[in-house]
Every structure is written in C-alpha cells, then in structure tokens.
Design a protein around this ligand. Structure first.
Ligand SMILES: Cc1cc2nc3c(=O)[nH]c(=O)nc-3n(C[C@H](O)[C@H](O)[C@H](O)COP(=O)(O)O)c2cc1C
Ligand code: SF4
Ligand code: SF4
Length: 289
C-alpha cells in the first residue's frame, strides 16, 4: 500500500532514542518513497498539541525506558498527543540501558493502540545507560544500527506488498496479517509496577528528590542545559537554579560543554555503582514484526 508521509517522533534526553528514530524514519521514507518529517517532543512546549495522523502515514515513535516503563512524566503526552482515527501504521520502540526494558515496550505499544494506531512493528534497542557510561557503552553501535535498518526494511517490504482497498482504513488495508497484537510484544499488558532502583547494599535507592549540582567555576552560562531540560526546570537566568521537577534524565549533564553539572546524591551514586556491578553483559535488542 502507498504511504505518503513518515514521521519520526522522539523523546530523547541523551540522544539514543533520537538516533534510532531517525534511522527507522529515514530508511522507511526512502523505501516507501514517502515524505519524511521529525517531531522532537523533548521540550515541554512541544508537548501541548494533539497531532493527528491519516491512513496513508507511518508514525515511528520512541522513548527511553525509565524504571522499566515509559517515563512517567511523559506518559500523559504519549496518551493524548498522538491520534489516529484511521488505524495509521505505527512502529513504537524503546531504548533501554542494558538492564531490562521490562514493560516499557508493551506499555508504549498499548498506548499507541489505544490512540487508534495499528502497530506493524516494535523494538527494544539496547543503548548506553544514561546513568552509567560503562553499561552498553557506545550503543547503539554499528551492529545495532544494522539490525535496526534490517528490521525497518522487513516492515517496509510487508507494507509495500500489502493489497490496498479504496475507502478502507490503513488497518483494514493489506489485511490484518501486518498488524501485531498485544501477545506479540514482550512484557505485561497492562504494565506492572515501576522497577525499584537498588543501592549496592541491596536496599531501595531513594533519590526522587535529587537534583543536579553546578560547579560555578566551570559554568560559562551558555544556557545549553536550560534549553535541553525536558521539564523546563533549569532557570535561564541562573543555570545553577533548578526550580521544578527533575526526572534524572541526564540531559543537562551530557550536553554541558564544560562538565559543570553533576549529581552527588549518595543514593543515586550507589544505584549507579550497583547497575555497573550487575548489568555489564551485552544485552540483546528485541525486534518484533
Ligand atoms: C531515570 C532513568 C531511568 C532508567 N531506567 C532504566 C531501566 O529501568 N532499564 C534500563 O535498561 N535502562 C534504564 N535507563 C537507561 C535509558 O533507558 C537508556 O540510557 C536510554 O538509551 C536513554 O535514552 P536517550 O539517550 O534517548 O535519553 C534509565 C535512564 C534514566 C535516565
Ligand atoms: S550547559 Fe554547562 S556551562 Fe552551559 S549553562 Fe549549563 S552548566 Fe553552565
Ligand atoms: S535538571 Fe533533571 S530533568 Fe532537567 S535536564 Fe537535568 S537531569 Fe534532566
């Protein structure tokens, strides 16, 4: 069937999800000879509108896994921001930091289906952990990206070979064999509880209220961190001031050109160490189609 537009949508504080979303989106647009566009919903002002999708479109949507689920502060936008009345084809995917994606992919897939999309492929891509550079260091790497491109090609081949019937929704078109149901996706539907982070001594690591500190000697007030904070919590007058919620996404830490931002919360640091001790093996990515 003919797809006219491919949209790659992503929430990606430290860049892994964006890399995968753009790879799937661009490869799909090329194969399907469709228009390509991107939608970055990192910043709060990009999470207000509802975006509607038609029957001749493909939506690629990705988020990182936080505590085994879709990031809880982003979930309301995932639930309300994307709408399809026409069974628009959709590829939901998550990036996870070498521990586990738990119910992150099943939750995202369920939400896209609830918003009227027909899921034709889904993926969980092992990626460098934002807390800890030694976990899945440098991933998604060339091997991962080859697998992502192969997955995209196989979905596009299925879409291209599907029969079309005028007047039908995208989901009807090409028959239901393209479309995944909840049993195809690893994880629980509806999702189970959030994962509890642990310290090195095995006790729960409570760092909900932790916020990054700023080394004022190193900070040159470029405001990059204030621009990238997905919660809009870093003051644009004084980047050392974090006035709102911090989701520990690490965007401000990684984007700072002077390494001026850091976390010193003992529970956070202990959890980071516990992750490094327990999840050093190379985790497998999962592709479903
Ligand atoms: C607050 C937070 C919680 C996370 N929880 C998990 C998790 O439960 N399992 C996991 O494997 N990785 C976890 N990660 C790692 C991210 O899913 C991973 O680094 C992802 O690639 C980040 O995507 P981004 O680069 O697009 O921001 C977590 C990261 C953060 C910041
Ligand atoms: S990105 Fe770094 S140098 Fe720039 S304002 Fe933020 S803390 Fe300061
Ligand atoms: S202040 Fe918190 S939420 Fe904002 S960018 Fe930094 S880690 Fe992310």
């Amino acid at each position: 069937m003919k797809i006219k537009k491919v949209t790659a949508a992503f929430f990606s504080p430290t860049g892994n999800v964006q890399k995968v979303s753009e790879c799937i989106g661009r490869a799909a647009a090329e194969m399907l000879q469709a228009e390509y566009m991107e939608f970055d919903f990192l910043r709060p002002e990009n999470r207000y509108d509802i975006i509607r999708f038609g029957p001749d479109e493909l939506l690629v949507v990705g988020v990182p896994v936080y505590a085994g689920r879709v990031p809880n502060k982003i979930l309301p936008f995932i639930q309300s921001g994307f709408r399809s009345a026409a069974g628009t084809f959709c590829i939901p995917f998550v990036c996870f930091g070498n521990r586990s994606f738990d119910d992150g992919l099943s939750e995202l897939t369920m939400e896209m289906r609830n918003s009227g999309f027909a899921v034709v492929g889904a993926a969980a891509v092992a990626s460098e952990h934002s807390f800890c550079e030694s976990l899945a260091s440098g991933r998604p790497d060339e091997q991962d990206m080859r697998a992502v491109r192969g997955f995209t090609e196989r979905i596009c081949e299925k879409i291209l070979s599907a029969e079309t019937t005028a007047g039908c929704t995208a989901a009807d078109n090409g028959g239901s064999e393209l479309i995944l149901d909840e049993n195809d996706i690893p994880g629980n539907t509806p999702p189970g509880p959030y994962y509890t982070p642990r310290r090195t001594d095995g006790e729960p690591a409570v760092f909900l209220k932790a916020k990054p500190k700023t080394d004022k000697e190193k900070c040159h007030k470029c405001m990059e961190c204030a621009d990238r904070c997905p919660m809009g919590s870093i003051s644009s007058d004084d980047p050392a001031q974090i006035s709102g919620i911090c989701i520990k996404c690490q965007a401000c830490i990684k984007c700072c050109p002077n390494q001026a931002k850091f976390f010193d919360d003992p529970n956070f640091l202990s959890h980071r160490e516990a992750l490094a001790l327990s999840f050093g093996r190379r985790a497998e990515s999962v592709f479903v189609l």
